[in-house]
Write a protein that binds this ligand. Structure first.
Ligand code: G6P
Length: 433
């Protein structure tokens, strides 16, 4: 990916960052890069994720999915980092097979029932993913889906792949039923695991090119260096950090491709869960170009000066001409294509923010294919790790999320967790109808 931070400069935007400030910040980027390189070399928890392009074995993943290669539907059961990377990849890429990839990352009973009803389960495969192997939502959904297979007389053990940690309840279950299984690599937190089996099993069943995804990521890894002026990922992370320090506490991620809508969700988890700690962090907002030009843009251009808008320009897309109508006022459309319109809207929106002095950054791809997507995912992970160093937070933990997980388990009788007591202590001021 390339990154253009021109519209984040203080000469264009407020808040903005001056070139001199960026040059001063570059010293910290150099130190942070040394720390990151050390963490990668020592395979330290979290930093190890940046080694995935070299460590992940696509042949092993393809072999594990072989038994379900014919699936018409792949139900991936996971949540957070165990679903969003895989969903980002299969949603972004053009279909290479007839497999439909569906993600069960919520526990809404009506939705799950609807998904299972009228589905031919003989042609469905299950991909259950949980790093810890203990996440209540994932295990509950898995048990419900298993039960639906049993009720339909389909042997779920023939149709299930497991990706989990080295030990834990899901690993035990997988061993007991002798299921094909893959391991979440040690030292790789869920939200940084898109380029491991966690993100690539679904891509393999959908016959996407895993090597190209990893090659794109490896090429991005090659750009990591001690200066933000030489590394697009660090330029992004450092600029987002500097703008947050200057008041842009919100980061709206706006890809200009329908297929990248899920990518904005993945980014939101990465940015929020990694950087939101010690009363610090930048709030990610998910948006989509051009759709949200007609809803959120008003606020971005004229609301409080507390936002960075990150555009992702997808580069060349498969195109479709706009038919001519013979109506004079619409003639300009008839001379164009949908991709021309998308591009013009992107450039106009970017300019409209700059003209109003609102900081924005452009992330440029050369198309939405495996190689470019691998680079984007890796680049944003590296940007996030760099930002974590600059904020001096522990990027790779998520104690606030764990707190709510414990409270939920306590409420359901899954153990004695003091966090659950807070539920009964809720302050009420109810207004009843
Ligand atoms: O993969 P699992 O252990 O099931 O965890 C799934 C998700 O659970 C939690 O909510 C964590 O905060 C996320 O970072 C993680 O991705």
């Amino acid at each position: 990916m390339n990154v253009d931070i021109g519209n984040a400069l203080a000469s264009v935007a407020s808040p903005g960052v001056s070139r001199e400030s960026l040059e001063r910040l570059d010293d910290q980027v150099g130190d942070a890069h040394e720390r990151i390189e050390r963490g990668m070399a020592d395979a330290e928890h979290g930093y190890e994720a940046l080694n995935l392009p070299q460590r992940t074995d696509p042949t092993e993943i393809r072999a594990a999915v072989e038994p379900v290669a014919d699936a018409e539907t792949l139900l991936t059961i996971g949540i957070g980092g165990s679903a969003l990377g895989a969903a980002t990849i299969t949603d972004a890429l053009a279909a290479e097979s007839d497999t439909e990839a569906i993600y069960l990352d919520n526990v809404d009973p009506a939705w799950i029932s609807q998904l299972l009803e009228n589905r031919s389960l003989e042609n469905t495969a299950i991909n259950v993913v949980s790093r810890s192997g203990t996440t209540a939502e994932t295990l509950a959904n898995f048990l419900v889906v298993r039960d639906a297979f049993e009720s339909a007389g389909v042997d779920w053990t023939d149709r299930t792949i497991v990706t989990t940690g080295e030990s834990g309840p899901l690993r035990n279950l997988s061993d007991r039923h002798d299921l094909p299984s893959l391991q979440v690599p040690d030292g790789v937190p869920g939200r940084f695991s898109a380029l491991s089996a966690v993100g690539l099993v679904a891509a393999a069943v959908c016959e996407h090119d895993l090597e190209a995804l990893l090659d794109g990521a490896a090429a991005e890894a090659e750009t990591l260096s001690g200066s933000l002026f030489e590394c697009p990922a660090y330029a992004y992370g450092a600029t987002a950090y500097a703008l947050d320090q200057r008041g842009a506490g919100i980061n709206a991620m706006v890809p200009y491709a329908e297929s990248l809508e899920t990518y904005a969700e993945w980014f939101a988890q990465l940015w929020a869960e990694s950087l939101g700690k010690d009363d610090l962090g930048q709030t990610p907002v998910r948006a989509l170009g051009v759709t949200d030009q007609h809803s959120q843009l008003q606020l971005y251009r004229a609301g409080p000066r507390d936002k960075l808008v990150t555009f992702v320009s997808p580069g060349e897309l498969a195109d479709r001409p706009i038919p001519d109508t013979g109506v004079d006022e619409l003639a300009y459309l008839g001379d164009s294509t949908l991709a021309d319109l998308l591009e013009a809207e992107f450039e106009a929106t970017e300019a409209s923010l700059a003209a109003a002095g609102r900081p924005n950054v452009r992330v440029e791809l050369e198309g939405v294919d495996e190689y470019e997507l691998g680079g984007l995912l890796y680049g944003m992970e590296a940007a996030c790790v760099l930002a974590g160093e600059l904020y001096a937070v522990n990027t790779f933990e998520q104690p606030a999320v764990e707190w709510a997980k414990k409270a939920t388990r306590g409420l359901l009788g899954g153990g004695d967790f003091e966090e659950a007591d807070a539920v009964a202590e809720k302050t009420e001021l109810r207004i009843e109808r």
